[in-house]
Design a binder for this molecule. Structure first.
Ligand code: ADP
Ligand code: TYD
Length: 203
């Protein structure tokens, strides 16, 4: 198998970091070259933009422009060349996160986000998006035990329920590439669902 673009999505604390490496390992065992990367980030420039996005106050349009600027650099320098080489790219968040956080969470205009999406990565979309979904309250409890909050993680439960609704809307619009994973269950059960999705696709 080769050249597949797989993304992980979900609110902060959903379990993306926990499951990404196991999925990459599974793909490698089946002979794939796998590149794991993340957004915002994945290039030197995009990682610098990430620092600003996560820690500096800014309005929703600035936030949207910066995440797309970081994404442009990441797609051009890393994602597109890797897919062209036949590698699997496994990415912790991509444009669905912009629709969920800037669109759902901040209430920013989805029509403008769609235009930016077209400019930045045109027809490139993930082949599979694993949406790790769970209630905002459960994710907040997991985060509280794990780490200090950044500018997004400091938001309240209502913000994260809007982000979650943003993901649901995105999945409703493009159901063919989404897999809905119940991430409120324990780690083994979440992992089993992810494996089942790959199995189903013969990956
Ligand atoms: N299914 C689960 N049940 C309980 N705790 C979990 C589960 N999945 C992840 N965690 C824990 O929750 C915290 C956040 O998980 P993490 O993978 O960092 O989430 P994300 O990358 O989506 O923000 C970590 O401490 C992790 O060990
Ligand atoms: C990719 C992306 C991330 N974000 C936000 C969501 C997250 O709170 C934050 C960083 O994501 P993430 O890497 O998941 O954080 P962590 O390493 O702490 O688990 O950036 C957006 O608001 N819009 C975007 O387009």
């Amino acid at each position: 198998m080769s050249g597949r673009f797989i993304t992980f999505e979900g609110i902060d604390g959903a379990g993306k970091s926990t499951h990404i490496e196991a999925l990459a390992q599974r793909l490698r065992e089946r002979g794939a070259e796998v590149l794991c990367t993340r957004e915002p980030g994945g290039t030197e420039l995009a990682e610098q933009l990430r620092e600003l996005i996560l820690h500096r106050p800014m309005d929703a349009l600035t936030e949207a422009l910066l995440v797309f600027a970081a994404r442009r650099d990441h797609v051009q320098r890393v994602i597109a060349p890797a897919l062209a080489r036949g590698s699997c790219v496994v990415c912790d968040r991509f444009t669905d996160a912009t629709f969920a956080y800037q669109g759902g969470g901040r209430g920013f205009d989805a029509g403008v986000l769609s235009q930016l999406e077209q400019w930045v990565h045109g027809a490139l979309q993930p082949d599979l998006t694993l949406w790790l979904d769970l209630p905002a309250q459960t994710a907040a409890m997991r985060r509280a035990q794990a780490r200090a909050a950044d500018r997004f993680e400091a938001e309240d439960l209502a913000f994260f329920e809007r982000v979650r609704a943003g993901y649901a809307a995105r999945m409703a619009a493009q159901p063919q590439r989404f897999a809905h994973i119940d991430s409120s269950l324990d780690k083994a059960a979440v992992r089993a669902q992810i494996e089942a999705e790959l199995e189903q696709r013969g990956w």
